[in-house]
Design a protein around this ligand. Structure first.
Ligand code: ZN
Length: 462
């Protein structure tokens, strides 16, 4: 699985500290980058497999710092809703209706899309139950996975499958962390995932802050996504979101907060002083009408910020190319055309995301000694012609379908646009079967059932 590999003849976009771009061969040995050398100079040992990257762009695998594999199956079934309705009327009932087969189908579908689009590392938030299934699927797939079960011990609108007591939530999280943190030769880690402050009791949050640090796991939650949420937090706690989280210990360089769209200057100061990490999800923020995060200002203040697609039902893609382009375009009308240049965005999609997850010593750039998470992007495409600055090509013109090869830990997982170990047709067929039974179990509204019924008949004709 991890035999030597020579990635030969590409334009290597290292995303190192100097943003070095060079024509080079990359030699992978024992899952790590052994050499980056001028073409022909790498001296591969006999028997080394060759990945021909001539003319292509060779880049670090993308790091998505906020996704929900468990929601991929709901893609297209929760349209045109603002956040709190989207959650309570669609996403939570659907998550509550998952069983092991449907969540496995959702995770396999999501990982197939992520790998084929060049994403090699994800920070995932599960649902309340079936978390072992997510880890099993991630382990089998080869993706670099940081994840954890959603914790929600509070709130009266939770459907059956999402109800848990404080003790149940903490006990199952700790058991999962003990089982999975550091698994698969370190490719898999656990992250405590209280869903958001409104669905977590004070006791739960305080215990999460203690337990996660005892086990050495990150803490991953949502914060400050939408004005309705901000108002509800102020009503409940008398202070703003970040202040309330800080009072409960959910702050620091081991905490990653998805969104942070609505922050006061005081909250921003708390985040900077504590070096708390942010996951920016521009497409989801637009689609749920949440708002525009002030990312350039937060970057200038010194915060570490990664990018993520968030859930498939609020995007509806899991493509880092889409997120990079959105992250750049989103800021320009507000701050001017010079805001968010391509290289800045490419760093967020790779090394900054790795840093947000505490993995920047291992992945996020192409440098000797790091783990070989490498993506080859075909540049011989009309929309990538004529050739120009590689960061500009990647952020503004390239798309997921341009990804040709993907290597994680030296394992060649996508070869010539095909998943090596997985029959994609089986993954798609399984998703089609599982969404039907899940919508039934969730007693989905008639309108959705009609949409799905038509879609099923249309697909049967293919
Ligand atoms: Zn989310």
């Amino acid at each position: 699985l991890k035999s030597d590999l020579l990635i030969e003849g590409g334009t290597v976009v290292t995303v190192d500290a100097k943003n070095t771009v060079m024509l080079a061969d990359v030699l992978v040995r024992d899952g790590r980058i052994a050499t980056i050398a001028p073409p022909g100079a790498a001296a591969p040992p006999p028997g080394t497999r060759v990945l021909n990257a001539r003319g292509a762009l060779v880049i670090p695998g993308f790091v998505q710092t906020h996704v929900h594999l468990c929601q991929v199956l709901f893609r297209g079934f929760a349209e045109d809703q603002p956040l709190l309705e989207w959650l309570s009327e669609y996403i939570w009932p659907f998550e509550g209706a998952h069983d092991e087969a449907s969540i496995a189908a959702s995770a396999r579908l999501g990982i197939a899309e992520l790998l084929l689009g060049g994403t090699t590392t994800i920070l995932d938030m599960g649902t309340v139950a079936h978390t072992d299934v997510l880890f099993e699927v991630a382990r089998a797939s080869g993706i670099r996975y940081v994840g954890g079960k959603a914790m929600m011990d509070k709130g009266h609108i939770r459907p059956g499958g999402l109800r848990e007591t404080t003790t149940e939530s903490l006990t199952s999280s700790l058991e999962l962390a003990r089982r999975w943190h550091g698994a698969a030769d370190g490719r898999i880690s656990y992250a405590y995932a209280p869903r958001f402050i409104l669905s977590c009791s004070d006791d739960l949050l305080r215990r999460v802050a203690e337990d996660a640090r005892t086990v050495g796991c990150m803490i991953h939650t949502h914060s400050s996504e939408n004005p309705g949420e901000i108002e509800a937090v102020r009503d409940a706690y008398g202070v703003d979101n970040i202040t309330a989280l800080a009072q409960r210990g959910i702050i620091g360089d081991d905490v990653i907060l998805a969104h942070c769209v609505w922050l006061t200057s005081e909250e921003q100061r708390i985040l900077v002083e504590s070096d708390t990490r942010i996951a920016h999800c521009p497409s989801a923020n637009l689609k749920l009408a949440s708002g525009i995060a002030r990312i350039p200002e937060l970057l200038d203040a010194g915060l570490t910020i990664g990018l993520g697609a968030d859930g498939a039902p609020c995007n509806n893609r899991l493509s880092m190319f889409t997120e990079m382009r959105a992250a750049s375009l989103l800021q320009k009308p507000r701050l001017g055309a010079e805001a968010m240049p391509a290289m800045r965005v490419l760093r967020m999609a790779t090394i900054d995301g790795a840093r947000a997850l505490g993995l920047d010593h291992e992945v996020g750039s192409l440098e000797v000694g790091k783990r070989a998470d490498v993506v080859v992007v075909d540049a011989a495409r009309p929309h990538l012609s004529p050739r120009s600055d590689p960061a500009t090509m990647l952020v503004h013109a390239a798309e997921a379908a341009d990804v040709r090869d993907v290597v994680i830990d030296g394992r060649w997982l996508v070869r010539d646009r095909q998943l090596v170990d997985v029959q994609l047709d089986d993954v798609l067929d399984d998703a089609e079967r599982q969404i039907d039974v899940l919508l039934e179990r969730a007693s989905a509204p008639d309108g959705l059932m009609a949409t799905r019924s038509f879609a099923r008949r249309a697909r049967a004709r293919q």
